[in-house]
Write a protein that binds this ligand. Structure first.
Ligand SMILES: [Ca+2]
Ligand SMILES: [Ca+2]
Length: 184
């Protein structure tokens, strides 16, 4: 997953959908304006209904100053808030399904499956930082597991069995001690 932000497509999708809706409502984007735009057959092919639906159902939260209009400032606050606080499971599920999020099914399933483990501050929201930290930890854990496995394999070679003890000219001091103590 690297350091790229997985949610960039979601922010861009919401912002672009807002821009499209705002352009059709030059006097300000109201809840009614979103509803009309969603029902307007001329928007059928161009309006992303998932993003538009999100703006509609979360209208009052997005319209922080309560003037009944989602301004571009309200949108900036929304994406900044999402970026800082993260997305809920429900938001991820809904916005991923927009088809414009850029998130693969594998990626989203992986996140949803490990959501609670990734959500290290347990606020019900997942941030890019939490996902990155989890990914790094997982990679590290895989290395630890790999190393432990390799070490265990090396150990059995290292100590060998009694039948193979004769063919070894490369015993280390540790194995020499081991053999010595086991023979005494
Ligand atoms: Ca407003
Ligand atoms: Ca969190």
């Amino acid at each position: 997953m690297g350091n790229s932000n997985l949610f960039t497509g979601i922010y861009a999708g919401l912002t672009n959908t807002y821009a499209q809706l705002a352009a059709q409502n030059p006097n300000g984007l109201t809840l009614e304006g979103i509803s009309e735009a969603r029902n307007d057959i001329q928007n059928n092919l161009t309006l992303n209904q998932s993003f538009a639906s999100y703006l509609q159902t979360n209208f009052n939260n997005i319209d922080k100053d309560g003037d009944g209009i989602i301004s571009s400032e309200d949108m900036t606050n929304l994406t900044n808030m999402m970026s800082a606080q993260g997305l809920t499971k429900a938001e991820l599920t809904q916005l991923y399904a927009s088809g414009a999020s850029g998130l693969s099914t594998d990626t989203i399933n992986n996140i949803l499956e490990h959501f609670d483990d990734m959500d290290t501050n347990h606020d019900g929201r997942i941030t890019q930082a939490e996902i990155s930290a989890y990914t790094v930890n997982s990679a590290r854990q895989e290395k630890v597991d790999e190393y432990a496995h390799k070490a265990a394999t090396d150990m059995s070679v290292f100590y060998g069995s009694d039948s193979s003890s004769s063919d070894s000219g490369t015993y280390s001091m540790l194995s020499y001690r081991y053999k010595t103590s086991s023979n005494s």
